[in-house]
Write a protein that binds this ligand. Structure first.
Ligand SMILES: [Zn+2]
Length: 324
C-alpha cells in the first residue's frame, strides 16, 4: 500500500485510535493534570516524494521522554523537501502521546503498558489499540522502519543503532544495513528476543538510541538526524553518500546488573567504558555515608547504559553492559 497523497506534497494529521475514546476521570495531580475527557490520538506525518522510491517509516516517542528522537522525527518532516525526495516518509513523532503530555517515562499512563510490548498480542486497553493502529495504518505502508529512542528520564545510554536477526536472510541483511548505515560508532546485534521482534513484522528495521536523562540536547538530536539522512541516502531517497565511521564496532548481546541494597548510587564508570570482570563499577551508600555494597562486573564488556537516578532500591537495574 502506498500513500494516497499527491506526489511532491506533505501532510500532518492525527490518527484517531479506534475504540479508544475514553471519559476517564483521573484525580487532579501534577502528573496527570485536571480530570478531562481523553481521546487517544497519534500524530502522523507524510512526505510524499515527487519521484518513485521506497517507503520509510520513522517513529519516535514510543518512550515519550526520549526527546532527541522526537525532535529528530519532527525536524525530518520540516526539513525534507518532497520535490527532491524519491519515495515517501511516514513519520510518527510521538507514538505514546498520553505519556508525552504527562511526562511519563517508558509507559502509557492510561494503562501502564509499554506500547512496544503490545504488537504481538491482542488486548483491549489503549496501548494495544495504539499498537494495532501502528501495525495496520503505519507499518503496513512501510518498506523499512527506523524506531527512534534514547535516554529516558533516569537513563544515560551510548548512542547506537541495533538490529535483531529474525531468521530471514533478506530481511536480516537489510536490518543490519539500516543499523550500520545509521553511522554510530557502536552497532548492536540484539540477541534477546524482544517484543518488537516477536511482532510478526517481516519488515527490515533498526532501533536507534541517542539521548540522555530526559533532556533535549541538539548534539544528540544531530546523531539521529545524521542517521536518518544516512539511511535516506543509502536507500537513494535523497542524493549523497552515507557518512559511516570506518571503525564501527558491533556488540553482540548484553547483560544487566541489579543492586541488592537501598541507598544512594555512586557510579564510577562512564558511558562506553571498557570494563573487565572484577572491576568496581560503583557503590551504594546509606544515609550515614557508609558503603553498603560495591557493584562488581561479573564479565568483561562495554558500558551501554547507566540508570543515573541516584536513589536505588533492592533489585533496581543500575547498568546494562554490552558483550563483545
Ligand atoms: Zn526507549
Amino acid at each position: 500500500m502506498r500513500s494516497n497523497l499527491e506526489r511532491g506534497t506533505k501532510s500532518f494529521q492525527y490518527l484517531e485510535v479506534p475504540g479508544a475514546a475514553t471519559e476517564r476521570n483521573f484525580v487532579n495531580n501534577p502528573l496527570f493534570g485536571p480530570p478531562r475527557p481523553r481521546t487517544a490520538r497519534m500524530p502522523m506525518m507524510q512526505v510524499n516524494g515527487a519521484h518513485e522510491g521506497p517507503s520509510l517509516c520513522i517513529m519516535a516517542g514510543m518512550h515519550a521522554c526520549e526527546y532527541p528522537s522526537i525532535d529528530a522525527a519532527i525536524k525530518t518532516y520540516t526539513d525534507t523537501d518532497p520535490r527532491s525526495l524519491s519515495g515517501n516518509l511516514i513519520i510518527v513523532p510521538v507514538v505514546n502521546l498520553a505519556a508525552f503530555w504527562t511526562r511519563t517515562p517508558y509507559l502509557n499512563p492510561d494503562d501502564g503498558m509499554d506500547i512496544g510490548a503490545t504488537y504481538h498480542v491482542e488486548g483491549s486497553t489503549i496501548s494495544y489499540l495504539i499498537g494495532k493502529l501502528l501495525r495496520e495504518q503505519v507499518f503496513s505502508q512501510a518498506d523499512y522502519i527506523v524506531d527512534l529512542h534514547g535516554g529516558d528520564v533516569m537513563e544515560d545510554v551510548v548512542p547506537h543503532a541495533g538490529f535483531t536477526r529474525i531468521g530471514d536472510k533478506e530481511i536480516d541483511e537489510a536490518s543490519e544495513m539500516l543499523a550500520r548505515t545509521y553511522g554510530t560508532q557502536y552497532v548492536f546485534e540484539r540477541l534477546e528476543k524482544g517484543a518488537f521482534e516477536k511482532s510478526g513484522l517481516r519488515i527490515p528495521r533498526t532501533l536507534a538510541e541517542a539521548g540522555r536523562e530526559g533532556r533535549l540536547e541538539p548534539e544528540l538530536t544531530a546523531v539521529h538526524l545524521k542517521g536518518i539522512s544516512n539511511i535516506m541516502k543509502a536507500l537513494k531517497m535523497i542524493d549523497g553518500t552515507p557518512d559511516i565511521p570506518s571503525a564501527q564496532v558491533v556488540m553482540h548481546g548484553r547483560y544487566e546488573i541489579f543492586v541488592r541494597s537501598a541507598g544512594l548510587f555512586y557510579p564510577s564508570v562512564r558511558m562506553a567504558d571498557h570494563i573487565r570482570k572484577g572491576d568496581v563499577l560503583g557503590e551504594i551508600r546509606d544515609l550515614e555515608g557508609r558503603t553498603l555494597e560495591q557493584i562488581i562486573a561479573p564479565k568483561d564488556g562495554v558500558v551501554l547504559l547507566v540508570m543515573t537516578n541516584p536513589v536505588k532500591h533492592p533489585d533496581d537495574l543500575v547498568f546494562k553492559i554490552w558483550m563483545y
